[in-house]
Structures are given as structure tokens and as C-alpha cells.
Design a protein around this ligand. Sequence first.
Ligand code: AMP
Length: 401
Amino acid sequence: MNDKIISIKDLDLSNKKVFIRCDFNVPQDEFLNITDDRRIRSVIPTLRYCLDNNCSVILASHLGRPKEINSKYSLEPVAKRLSRLLNKEVLMAKDVIGQDAKNKANNLKPTEILLLENLRFEKGETKNDEHLAKELASMVDVYINDAFGVCHRGHASVEAITHFFDIEHRAAGFLLLKEIEFSHNLIKHPARPFVAVVGGSKVSGKLQALTNLISKVDKLIIGGGMAFTFLKAKGVDIGNSLLEEDLIEEAKNILTRGKELGVKIYLPVDVGVALSCTQDAIMKYVPIQEIPSGWMGLDIGPASVRLFKEAFADAQTIWWNGPMGVFELDKFSKGSIKMSHYISETYATTVVGGGDTADVVARSGDTDEFTFISTGGGASLELIEGKELPGVKPLRIKVNE
Ligand code: AMP
């Protein structure tokens, strides 16, 4: 007995009214212009498939973290962008389950698209509220989840809503299926050598992932702020660099476990240091043995970049999650940008775990060079940690194969 995720392809969709939970949580500038529409474009295959099946389609998503109804968090700009990408009208509801949404949903004709307002304008969304879920479900015949980025959250439009559809009327969309398949293959059948490149601010945020990965990878490269807890565990004087004192023991355990398993672990050998984390700070590169007291490491140095490049020269699979430095400031972004270039230049299957790392790759101009860039940082990390996502669990069924 195996299990599988119910695919949108398994359902009879023709002429149905379909609800698609999307992840339209896109970045916007101060004028509310969408600065990166990758998440909107990612849902288009599922959307087109529904339209080709003569469905009327209701789309829903959250955007940001509004505490109450606030026009700043309206999905109106998303409706406009989607309409432009599809070259087709996208109707916009003024609310989520209010009169306007219900009227428009009722009158929706085959091949028409309606986008509901920000799901988080309803307090019940983050509380996995059954009433909200029921109201949303009552608008349609079929539920499709294509919002990988929120599948690690038990929210009403992700989890509770699935209670109102049987297995012939609920499924995963193409984006969600692709995300799950990539993570699954990565962990279960990676082409070897398999190299994980992990960075970002904290060990605590990625401890579970590191613990799970250590028995699966051939090489582990650790950069970013979290590297300093490991360096400290090895007795290096790290100055004022980011340190999680209470995790030094855990860091030691990971290093020891790596040694036992024959996993090659790489840490930075030099760092860009500054007295403050600001763009105008004076910065210099020093070997890690020479971090001056009072200074902090904010990027990996050129020798580390070179070393890491050597380490993934023979890689067949590379998974990358977490920047190598404070990439938001140009001054400390060089290590991350170089890593993006070098990883994308390999002939390995290259997978980026979303979030900040996807931003680094986009800023480096390498997006098209990677095999797969996940649309969900948190969700992708939880999959690597080996967890079952609350949004995916209800879409899984047992099959005889
Ligand atoms: P995370 O959310 O844990 O993946 O961390 C991403 C954040 O880590 C980014 O905002 C980076 O600015 C930050 N970061 C990366 N390297 C460092 C460092 N050396 N010191 C402090 N913060 C860092």
C-alpha cells in the first residue's frame, strides 16, 4: 500500500465551479507595485487547465499580515497583474465571504475568473475556522490547493476547507505537485554527490533541517550567520558575530555526527567583518582566525567562496537554503551573489529552498539557471525536515500499487 497526492488531473473538472487556493503573497514597493510576480505566474498552469475544462474559477489568497481590513493589503494589484498575464478579465470581489463575493461567485460563468479579497481580512483564516471554511466551500464544487507557500500552516483555506470536499472533489494543483515531487526526490533519491548549502541568520531556525539532512547528504556547506555558532563550537574566536550560545552543544553534535557518517562539512575560512551592520560601515576581509574583537562577520570572504566552489565541483545535486551574509546590504551581498553564480554554473540539479535565497538568486540574475526554485521558504524547509504539511495531508490517499 502506497500513498499518493490527489492530483488535479484525477478529478472530473468539466464545467465545474472550482476554488483555487493560491499563494499571491507577492512583494510590493511603497506604491504597492508588485516587484516580483513569480508567485502569480506559478499558478497559471493550474488556472489554464481549469479554464480549458470550462470551469468557472474562484481564486483566493492572503497578502501580508493585515490585522484588520486595510486597503494597503488589497489583492486588487494582483487581479490587475494576473489579468495582464492572462490577457483576460479577472473580476475582483470587494470582500471574502461577504455579499459582494457571494453575488459575484453565484453569477460566475464558465471560463470566468473571480479573485476574492485578502483571506486574512477574515479573522477566522489563521484560526483554521470551520465556519469560514464552510462559507468558502459553499461557493464551489471543487477545491484545489496550489499554494505551496502556505501548506505548512493549518489555516481555514488550507486545512479546514478540505473537510467539506470528498476525495473526488479536492486535489493539489500543478505547482503544489511539482514542489512536493522535487522535495521528495531530493531527500529520497538524490543523484550523488548531494551537497546541501545552508545559511541564513540562525541555527535554531534550521536545526531540524540540519539534523535531518546530515544523514542524507555527502557534503554540507554552512555559511551565513549560523556558521559562527559552528565556528565557536570549534573553538574559533568569533568577535561580535551572531552567536546562539545555547546551541553550541547542538552544533558540536552535528559536527560529530557528520564525522561519524563520513559527511564532509565545510565552514567559512574567511569572513567580511565590520563594526556595525550598515552600508556605510568600513568592511574588511579577514581569515576566521583573525576576527578582531568587537567586529562581526557579515559575509563569507573570497577564500570561502573559492573553497565552497571547489566542494560542489563534482556535485550532482545541490540544495541551497539561506544567504551567506547580510545580502540585503550591497556591502555584504558579494558572498551570496557569488555562490548563486557558482551553484548555477554547475551541471548538478540545483534546487533553491525559496524565501531569502530565491531573492538572492533573482538579484544575481541567475533565476533561469537553476533547476527549481521553491515558492515557499518555510514550507520547503519543513519538507526537508521530514514533516507532513497540514495543507498536504488531506490531499494524500492510500493506493494499491
Ligand atoms: P533566515 O531567515 O534564517 O534564512 O535568515 C536570513 C537572514 O540572515 C537574512 O536577512 C540575512 O541578512 C541574515 N544573515 C545572513 N548572514 C548573516 C550574518 N553573518 N550575520 C547576521 N545576519 C546574517
